[in-house]
Design a protein around this ligand. Structure first.
Ligand code: MG
Length: 268
């Protein structure tokens, strides 16, 4: 790892082995990201409050679109590489990137809601999986373990630690419970763009990868499958499914690495 200014003087750290520059945010920029993160967290709460049996996933999308517009913000997912809706809603064996539609949510489902928006030019991105009514104990355990996996990853995202420590925290918690983390998707840097470097896999080796520095802002995401880590896709080109039909959970928070610890940006 080496630290060097870009031509415009912005502090960066270089990601190895890729050698790409990872942007560090100033305290003012982190304050702006806290505003967009907080707004995204408010949206996620508003959508999750409406998740119940009988509601169509497109109803949740309509709500999200209105909510964002009323606050003068802009949706981040709509038209992103052609994504047709405002939020992602992924049910049961759907891992991520489910397209809202006429499908009705049922009692006993687990529903992953992923929201993204832009506020004053800064992105906010957060997700969680919630139960619908009474769910199977095995499904409940998957949600608990997946949420804990993200919490441990956040705790590991401190200055001086490496990206591999963060990824390994996710993987260790999931695998200790007999689950598997998804290999082909992960978290990301975030700022004025939704997806910035570095990519943050859900698995990794401790002590490897980028060294974290104050000013680094990451959207940490964990996707945990109850069965195989392998995934397939629906013909819609977006929806990711577990290859064996097992349940999957998804939790995401934006965090800022600071001089004194880690700050979660996506809390209301
Ligand atoms: Mg994300």
């Amino acid at each position: 790892m080496n630290s060097r200014p870009r031509p415009e003087g912005r502090p960066v750290i270089t990601e190895r082995p890729a050698g790409r520059a990872v942007e560090l945010k100033s305290p003012r920029e982190i304050e702006a990201l806290k505003r967009s993160g907080k707004l995204a967290a408010g949206l996620l709460n508003a959508v999750c409050a409406e998740v119940r049996a009988g509601v169509a996933t497109e109803d949740l999308d309509d709500l999200a679109a209105r909510w964002i517009k009323e606050r003068g913000a802009q949706p981040a997912f709509l038209n992103y590489h052609g994504f047709p809706k405002t939020i992602c809603v992924s049910v049961n064996n759907e891992v991520v990137h489910g397209i809202p539609g006429p499908r009705k949510i049922r009692e006993g489902d687990i529903v992953s809601v992923d929201v993204g928006l832009f506020c004053e030019g800064w992105c906010g991105d957060t997700a969680r999986t919630i139960p619908v009514g009474e769910i199977d104990p095995a499904a409940r355990k998957l949600l608990e373990v997946s949420e804990r996996s993200l919490r441990e990853a956040i705790a590991a995202a401190r200055a001086g630690q490496r990206l591999g420590d963060v990824s390994n925290a996710m993987q260790s918690v999931a695998e200790a419970a007999g689950y598997n983390v998804v290999r082909s998707y992960g978290g990301h840097g975030i700022g004025r763009a939704m997806h910035e470097d570095p990519h943050v896999p859900c698995l990794g080796r401790p002590g490897t990868g980028l060294r974290l520095e104050p000013g680094l802002v990451l959207a940490l995401e964990v996707m945990v499958n109850a069965g195989t880590e392998k995934v397939t896709h629906l013909p819609d080109g977006w929806t990711v499914l577990t290859a064996d039909g097992s349940l999957s959970a998804h939790f995401e928070h934006m965090v800022a690495v600071t001089g004194s610890g880690t700050e979660i940006l996506t809390e209301v």
